[in-house]
Design a protein around this ligand. Structure first.
Ligand code: Q0Z
Length: 331
């Protein structure tokens, strides 16, 4: 069951006008379904495995998990009161696209996103799951966030200004904020007790995960980023940085969680790239601009967004999906 917020369903029993002697049928409503915005999921017969700001994971059985991406959006570390139409579908379908695009480089945790192929117990929720969920193999997760950066921004820019290096990697002097790096760098992080990620050096990663595993994760992460970023650049999107999560399954080391989405990466529109300052985000710029305009103090509760801001933001997510995949989002 889902709590639908924002819209109703209008796909069934669409009223039809029949005008005498007119050979055409006129529908008063579009036959297309107006998709409800999903802010919460609730599948009472499934156990919650993990819940994030945007996604909820359920335990299906010992081997399998159900990932569901909601339309929640976070900004300045808080989930906002308003959902972004289609956002959960964009996140899910973009991850599916990248899993397929990257299958020559790395195995992944996805089993299927075809709801009809989900176990019988989930069929009851097919309408809620369609397009925004994924059945995955439960993995023994590597407790390290594998971050790759092709450009210097965010916490890496802060570290560089203070020390000239990032996660122990010395960088050329004289870099400006948002500059492209001479080559992509691997900057691992751990989930600190605060809930915030904490950058660690590669030597620290080796202490936690071992040398062989760490080197494998680093090399794999850089290859994945490079293949994806080169592809995205041809489509006008700079992937400035991204975070991968890996796990171990019967298939060995697999790419898990979400991949190369706007939530796990910084996407910048290439045609507006201007190094020397922080870049506009491809997806969240209207949201950030609005929150600055209303001078939210960045303490909870996070405000609601005007409908126009939510819809323009939705269009940005869908545009990113279209540009990267060349396809339309599936309903
Ligand atoms: C991923 C996370 C999210 C909150 C656990 N294949 C897997 N097997 C076991 N565990 C995970 C995965 Cl991907 C797993 N996370 C991160 C994702 C909400 C936390 F959607 N946590």
């Amino acid at each position: 069951m889902l709590n639908f917020c924002g819209f109703g369903r209008v796909d069934k029993n669409v009223p039809v006008a029949r005008i005498r002697d007119c050979p055409f049928t006129i529908n008063f409503m579009s036959a297309e379904t107006i998709q409800p915005v999903v802010l919460q999921t609730d599948f009472p017969d499934l156990e919650v495995w993990a819940s994030g700001k945007v996604r909820d994971i359920y335990r299906v059985d010992n081997e399998r998990l159900l990932f569901v991406a909601t339309d929640r959006i976070s900004a300045f570390d808080y989930v906002l009161a308003t959902g972004i139409p289609e956002k959960g579908k964009v996140l899910t379908q973009l991850s599916i696209f990248w899993f397929d695009f990257l299958k020559n480089v790395v195995e992944n945790h996805m089993i299927t996103a075809e709801v009809k192929q989900y176990p019988p117990a989930l069929q009851h929720y097919s309408a809620e799951l369609r397009g925004r969920s994924m059945l995955v193999t439960r993995a023994e997760m590597v407790p390290i966030e594998c971050v790759v950066r092709g450009y210097i921004s965010g916490s890496a820019w802060k570290e560089y200004q203070q020390s000239g290096s990032v996660c122990g990697i010395e960088l050329p002097s004289g870099l400006h904020e948002s500059d492209k790096l001479p080559e992509p760098i691997f900057t691992p992080a751990t989930k600190a007790a605060s809930g915030h990620d904490e950058n660690i050096s590669f030597a620290d990663m080796i202490k936690r995960a071992g040398r062989e595993e760490s080197e494998r994760l680093r090399d794999l992460s850089i290859r994945i980023y490079t293949q994806a970023a080169n592809y995205a650049a041809e489509r006008g999107i700079i992937i400035a940085d991204t975070k991968f999560e890996f796990g171990h399954t019967a298939k060995g080391l697999v790419l898990a969680d979400e991949v190369l989405t706007p939530d796990s990466s910084r996407f910048w529109p290439a045609d507006r790239y201007t190094p020397g300052k922080a870049q506009e985000s491809f997806d969240k710029q209207y949201v950030r601009d609005y929150l600055e305009k209303v001078r939210w103090n960045k303490q909870p509760p996070a405000p609601a967004l005007p409908e126009e801001v939510a819809h323009k933001t939705s269009e940005k997510y869908v545009e990113a999906y279209r540009r990267l995949t060349g396809a339309e989002l599936k309903p």
